[in-house]
Structure formats: structure tokens, C-alpha cells
Design a protein around this ligand. Structure first.
Ligand SMILES: [Mg+2]
Length: 244
């Protein structure tokens, strides 16, 4: 039960960490465009020619994307420069999200989040390569931000397993549970999500609404693979009796 903002857990909690891009929503190119603008500014590219079409974004963390993008332009970035690009990126993002006509919340997402929020034994968090501010900007555009109050982010770590670990730790602190008693379920759309979930001993629900198909996600070792989050099979990951 949840009372006055405090959680009293009658059973071992299930901590769920959701990826964002390709899993909950598609940002319609707003993220890529915002990074291009930010990098254009730091490179003093007045003609706006920066293009990151060849940089892989799916499953990657924002600091990784920025470092890789700068390398494409011959710049070896230190942490200070990456922070500066990310600061500019986040400043551009709300407007680019507003302009992104292809932005969409993916099928089944609002109902699944509402179902899980109503559960007494489930706590919803994020496990995303987005920086925390970018994550909430994207979620707000889709009306999904109020479902989440914690997570692990690209602003915590450039390595996906490490940011999931940070999200899990925050989830444990909120529930007061020990790692040994809580179940952890990661929901993501790329083999990187699956590998990071496995690295922290979590179950992984993989959804093929991003750039990877079901076979690739199965090969990566996902516990459950679904075509979208409307699927009844997703719910099986959250059954109280489901094995950890
Ligand atoms: Mg993703």
C-alpha cells in the first residue's frame, strides 16, 4: 500500500526500470537534431552542416553519443566538453520535441504504466541513456513524466550497466528493500539494454518497437521478447509468482 508518500511493502517489491527511446516513445528525430545543434555550436559551425546520421543512437548513452559524434569531427572530448555539449543539447531539446511531428508514444505504453502504477508491489523507474533532464523533457512531451520519480540516467554514467545499477540503488532506497529480496525488471528495446540488465542480474523484457527485431533481442538473452507493450506476455514478467 502507498500512504502519504511512504511505501509499506506487504510483499517483495518489483523494481521496474524502463528505457525511453524505442521503448516508451519515439522522439521523432528531436534528440538527434538537438545534439547536432549543440555540436554545431561548440564547433563554431555557422553553416549548420553538422550531421550525425552515421552515429548510432539506439541503446547508447548521451555522453557516449556526444563523445562519438565529436570524434567524427576530429575532436577528442574531455569530460568538460561533453558536459558543455550536453548542456546545450538539453537547452535545444524542448523546442525540437515541440517541432517533431513524428514524435509518438508507443503502443500499449500508457495503459501498461497505469496498470503498474496501480500495483502495490511495483515501483516504476527509468533506466535510460538520456541525461535526467533530457529524459523528463521527452517524457513530458508524451505526457508520461508523472509516472516516474527516479531512475538511472546517462547523466549518472556513460556505461549502461552502471546507470542501471544507479537506478536500482535508488529504487531499493525508496522501497527499503534489500537487493536479495527485490525483483528487478528492465524493459528496453536494444541488445545493449539486455546486456546491461543481465549484468545487474535483472530480468529483461525486450520490445521490438526500436531498431532491433525479436530474433536479435532473443539472441542477446532477453527473458521475454514482445512486439509491443500491448502484449499479454509483458504482464507475465510482473506476476508476483514469476521467478527472479
Ligand atoms: Mg532505447
Amino acid at each position: 500500500m502507498k500512504t502519504r508518500g511512504c511505501y509499506i511493502w506487504a510483499m517483495p517489491p518489483i523494481i521496474v526500470l524502463f528505457d525511453i527511446d524505442g521503448t516508451l516513445l519515439r522522439a521523432g528525430g528531436a534528440g538527434r537534431r538537438s545534439v547536432e545543434l549543440a555540436i554545431g555550436e561548440v564547433l563554431n559551425d555557422l553553416d549548420g552542416k553538422v550531421s550525425l546520421e552515421s552515429v548510432e543512437f539506439a541503446g547508447r548513452t548521451d555522453p557516449w553519443i556526444v563523445r562519438t559524434a565529436l570524434m567524427q569531427y576530429g575532436v577528442t572530448a574531455d569530460d568538460g566538453l561533453i558536459r558543455e555539449v550536453l548542456r546545450r543539447y538539453v537547452a535545444h531539446l524542448p523546442r525540437e520535441l515541440e517541432l517533431a511531428t513524428a514524435f509518438e508514444v508507443l503502443p500499449g505504453v500508457p495503459s501498461l504504466l497505469a496498470e503498474l502504477t496501480a500495483r502495490d508491489d511495483v515501483i516504476l523507474g527509468l533506466g535510460t541513456g538520456n541525461t535526467e533532464r533530457a529524459a523528463y523533457a521527452k517524457l513530458a512531451r508524451g505526457g508520461l513524466d508523472s509516472f516516474f520519480s527516479f531512475g538511472g540516467f546517462g547523466s549518472d554514467h556513460t556505461d549502461r550497466a552502471e546507470l542501471l545499477r544507479a537506478g536500482l540503488q535508488r529504487g531499493l532506497e525508496r522501497t527499503g528493500a534489500q537487493r536479495g529480496t527485490a525483483r528487478v525488471v528492465v524493459v528496453g528495446d536494444t541488445p545493449y539494454d539486455v546486456a546491461a540488465a543481465r549484468a545487474i542480474g535483472a530480468q529483461c523484457v525486450a520490445v521490438s518497437t526500436g531498431g532491433y527485431d525479436g530474433a536479435e533481442l532473443e539472441t542477446a538473452g532477453a527473458s521475454i521478447v514482445v512486439s509491443d507493450l500491448n502484449s499479454a506476455a509483458v504482464r507475465s514478467a510482473f506476476e508476483p509468482s514469476s521467478p527472479a
